[in-house]
Design a binder for this molecule. Structure first.
Ligand code: UDP
Length: 371
């Protein structure tokens, strides 16, 4: 039985948030004075985008499941806020902990802040400087109202400082990146996917709205991937939203050389990262995971929040431009891995740093580890 000193409500709803929250939750479970209540908004609901992550990452079962999904941004955020307000009034936590940049992140932060409940944002300070991205809007607004900003990198801290956050009475902490904690912890537990895989494959994912909701970009990317796959095998775990868009606009059967597989669990993803030649993606998380596993990455976007990877010559921004994508592939296959800087994302103790700071800011510094 826990003697709770600190009550935290963790709000998550999307695949990358399950991974990030898993490392912090695992640590919370070791303390007898912190109670965590997990709320799943339901934003991602397919079993291979949600339930499988709870199971394989041993993420505690959500106390509340809001089951809100398949709506436009406004309705999604609004309905989440309404439900979250109800449950926060009931639970009255000391902190609401939100992760990343989804509609669940913003809804959680807004609902809590209006009830004067303190908000902590993990993955604060990241910026693409592209205000057309829903994620950019979510992260800027969440940062603005959070009491503690856990920034993964020095660049994220700089962004926050440039935006004048020092005047907003928020605590800014360079915590390192929880995804590095996750990658390191789960690397030993990697699992080979059951799907048949070609040898020496390129690992690829595509799901960003800017790429899949724009017919020109969607066809430029998939036609180029298909052409590359005639010579270099590409394995592509297909996001449900991308599958929908491809079948609405083209049918992915038009890209016969790409090895499409269903979305995989995180442990399988780690195996794919460990065994691929390199990565092509528009995912935020995967760009860093490529680096954690010492693989080059071609980013299918014009900008990235993880600028240090580009500065270190391990990530290349190629957008949806067929020529740049092909030139990128040609460069990468002969390139030697060499970094100018190390430890770009901290020392894989981000979760510890986050909990220590939450205690400090709450004025509760005792460390009540369960034996
Ligand atoms: N991921 C996964 N299975 C997949 C595709 C991605 O486990 O089939 C993991 C990936 O390794 C990373 C996270 O999901 O840890 C990234 O999520 P996503 O690309 O959906 O979101 P983003 O990082 O762009 O916010």
């Amino acid at each position: 039985m826990k003697t709770c000193q600190l009550k935290i409500v963790t709000i998550i709803g999307a695949r990358p948030q399950f991974i990030k929250a898993a490392v912090v939750s695992r640590l919370i479970a070791q303390y007898d004075d912190i109670e965590e209540i997990i709320v799943h908004t339901g934003q991602h609901f397919d079993s291979n985008m949600s339930d499988s992550f709870f199971k394989e990452l041993s993420l505690p079962h959500p106390r509340y499941h809001l089951n809100i999904n398949c709506l436009n941004h406004g309705a999604l955020t609004g309905r989440m806020m309404e439900k979250l307000e109800e449950l926060l009034l009931q639970e009255r936590p000391d902190w609401v902990l939100v992760y990343g940049d989804t509609d669940s992140t913003l809804a959680g932060a807004l609902a809590a802040k209006k009830l004067h409940i303190k908000v902590a944002h993990v993955e604060a300070g990241l910026r693409s400087f592209n205000m057309d991205m829903p994620e950019e809007i979510n992260r800027i607004l969440t940062d603005r109202i959070s009491n503690v900003l856990f920034c993964p990198t020095p660049a994220a801290v700089q962004n926050i400082n440039k935006e004048g956050f020092a005047n907003f009475n928020a605590t800014i902490v360079q915590s390192g990146d929880v995804m590095q904690d996750a990658a390191l912890f789960y690397a030993q537990r990697a699992k080979k996917p059951v799907a048949a895989l070609p040898k020496d494959f390129i690992l690829c994912t595509v799901h960003r709205a800017e790429n899949i909701e724009n017919a020109t970009r969607l066809s430029a990317i998939f036609d180029t991937l298909n052409s590359i796959a005639q010579e270099l095998p590409i394995v592509l775990p297909l996001h449900p939203h991308t599958r929908q868009q491809l079948s609405a606009m083209y049918s992915h059967k038009l890209h016969p050389y790409i090895s499409f597989i269903n979305p995989v669990g995180y442990l399988e993803m780690i195996w794919l990262l460990q065994h691929c030649q390199f990565v092509m993606t528009d995912s935020g998380g995967l760009q860093k995971e490529a680096y954690f596993f010492r693989k080059f990455c071609l980013t299918l976007r014009e900008e990235t929040e993880w600028t240090e990877l580009v500065e270190n010559g391990v990530n290349f921004l190629v957008g949806a431009n067929p020529l740049k994508i092909k030139e990128g592939v040609a460069e990468i296959i002969t390139k030697k891995w060499k970094l100018f800087q190390h430890d770009l994302y901290g020392n894989a103790h981000a979760a510890e740093r986050i909990l220590t700071e939450l205690r400090n800011v709450s004025g509760k510094s005792m460390m009540g580890m369960i034996d």
